[in-house]
Design a protein around this ligand. Structure first.
Ligand code: ATP
Length: 317
């Protein structure tokens, strides 16, 4: 449904002569290739400045690739951007609203541009109810999170075949993040093809079938969410009854270390059973999972990518 191949973009800061422009150039994307299947939810995961928005701006036909291409339903996103936009619902990272309007006036205006606004009004009202947003409020009085909700309603009410969502939960509180995740899963069940960019692992984990991990403009890996979960390193902080029990864990063969007299950390990759077997022999006073930093989750793939590149280089030297 979505095909991105060899997509590359160099941003040039200055317009001056070639030399000057090159010295001021920033790699936006370098040879990015992935695809999203019909009915699939695909996550583009990466830290700030990784290139997620740059990929999305190519898909929406706002940027012309320096090399490679982006296609949706076999249409070229740059050459045929008007046709592409007709069946894509797009939520930008930052949205400009006509602030003098109410939420309702804005949505009616947008719906009117896409056809008969009455067709969209049922979905609009249902979404507003799910997201608990009063559409009668003037936009200028809305908080950041409320404006994000308005953006989500605007994107989803049109019932487009393909949804492209750039950091959709930014500004939403945890309760609303959950509501949003449910909305995405509902749309997936209705057969939509969805691409979500995010730097937050949990929302990607809950919604996506596959994930592309992007960093510094390069796609480090594309993995199924199951594989990512299995390979994810998890660190636990465990408080035991006695120092002897803490010692027992450190000597159990697990990847573990002391962080206090009665406290240890244990790092697990994949299977939890070896840890559970050891814990059955001790008395646990407290058991905490350290938050997995996104950096940590995708560094595993990034490091692997670099290792592959290194071995290719060495084999050519
Ligand atoms: N218009 C621009 N001009 C120059 N450089 C740009 C421009 N837009 C993006 N960049 C650069 O391209 C790189 C990728 O930016 P991009 O906005 O795609 O990242 P992102 O992954 O969406 O980040 P974030 O999570 O912060 O939104 C960054 O180094 C950024 O500084």
């Amino acid at each position: 449904m979505i095909q991105v191949k060899g997509l590359s973009k160099i941003y040039t800061k200055a317009r001056g002569k070639n030399k000057e422009a090159i010295s001021n150039s920033i790699v936006g994307l370098k040879d990015v290739t992935f695809h999203v299947r019909l009915g699939e939810v695909f996550g583009l995961l990466g830290p700030n400045g990784a290139g997620k928005t740059t990929v999305i701006r190519h898909l929406m036909g706002f940027l012309k690739p320096d090399a490679g291409f982006a296609r949706i339903k076999s249409l070229d996103c740059w050459e045929e951007s008007k046709e592409v936009k007709a069946f894509v619902g797009y939520l930008p990272g930052e949205m400009n609203f006509l602030k003098e309007m109410s939420g309702l006036e804005f949505l009616n205006l947008m719906a009117g541009m896409h056809g008969n606004r009455l067709v969209f009004s049922r979905r609009r009202d249902a979404l507003a109810e799910h997201l608990d947003l009063n559409l009668k409020q003037p936009i200028k009085k809305m908080s950041k999170g409320m404006k994000q909700k308005l953006g989500i309603i605007n994107t989803m009410m049109l019932d487009a075949e393909v949804l492209i969502l750039d950091e959709p939960t930014s500004g939403l509180d945890p309760l609303m993040q959950k509501v949003f995740i449910d909305l995405v899963l509902e749309e997936k069940n209705r057969g939509k093809t969805i691409l979500i960019s995010s730097h937050m692992f949990p929302e990607i984990e809950r919604t996506c079938d596959r994930v592309g991990i992007i960093r510094a403009g390069k796609l480090a890996a594309v993995e199924g969410i199951q594989k990512l979960r299995q390979e994810q390193r998890r660190t636990f902080e465990i408080t035991l009854e006695t120092p002897e029990q803490a010692q027992l864990i450190c000597e159990s063969g697990l990847k573990a270390g002391r962080i206090g007299a009665n406290q240890v950390f244990v790092e697990i990759q994949g299977d939890m059973n070896p840890l559970l077997k050891v814990l059955a022999q001790v008395q646990v006073k407290d058991f905490l999972q350290r938050m997995t930093e996104l950096e940590e989750a995708f560094m595993q793939f990034y490091e692997r990518g670099e290792a592959v590149e290194q071995s290719i280089i060495s084999s050519h030297v």
